[in-house]
Write a protein that binds this ligand. Structure first.
Ligand code: FE
Length: 187
């Protein structure tokens, strides 16, 4: 397994390389989006693992792609949440961090099933990707999802993900959250 130092360097390099790209169909870059998510998590008083999950929830979008086929038109990679979660597991991040990331798309499928008002509020890009992601959950899927031990945290990350599309905010640099990742991995 890579050391904490190596992992943080790797994440930082991914941001340097791809962070300036647009966040699919939204007015912010990938890096701004991930920083805003982390800031929101921190402001809400979330624990370190949850802040890290918010910060890295879309890391799967930044990982080198093996084929063009795993892209949802211009809306990013299919299964980016699973790719990202597994990539982090391989580097020593906990199951909590991994699952908060792995299920952030499922959270959208859950909320569109559970809450029609939520469905109506989804951005155009988010509606578009929902099709690729399997549409709203069935009642059975939703019941199972509610039994996930990280259910509440997953919905929180989803909420921050959706809010993290503001323009013109003053944000901390990624260093702040990279340092948090390093401290967490070194423990
Ligand atoms: Fe996101």
């Amino acid at each position: 397994m890579p050391s904490a130092e190596q992992t943080v360097t790797e994440i930082s390099a991914l941001f340097d390389r791809y962070g300036a790209e647009d966040y699919y169909g939204e007015p912010v870059t990938q890096l701004e989006h991930m920083l805003q998510s982390a800031v929101l998590a921190e402001k809400a008083g979330a624990d370190a693992e949850t802040v890290i999950a918010a910060f890295l929830h879309d890391i799967g979008h930044l990982l080198p792609s093996e084929s063009a086929e795993d892209h949802m038109d211009d809306y990013g990679r299919v299964d980016h949440e699973k790719l990202g979660a597994d990539w982090l597991r391989e580097r020593g991040f906990s199951e909590k961090v991994a699952q908060l990331i792995e299920h952030h798309v499922n959270a959208k499928r859950y909320l569109t099933y559970k809450n029609p008002a939520y469905f109506a509020r989804l951005s155009e890009a988010s509606l578009k990707t929902l099709e690729f992601q399997g549409g709203p959950m069935t009642p059975e899927e939703a019941a199972e999802f509610e039994r996930n031990p990280y259910f509440r945290g997953i919905l929180q990350v989803r909420g921050w993900d959706e809010q993290a599309k503001e323009t013109g905010l003053t944000l901390p640099g990624p260093e702040r959250y990279l340092a948090l990742c390093r401290a967490y991995l070194e423990k």
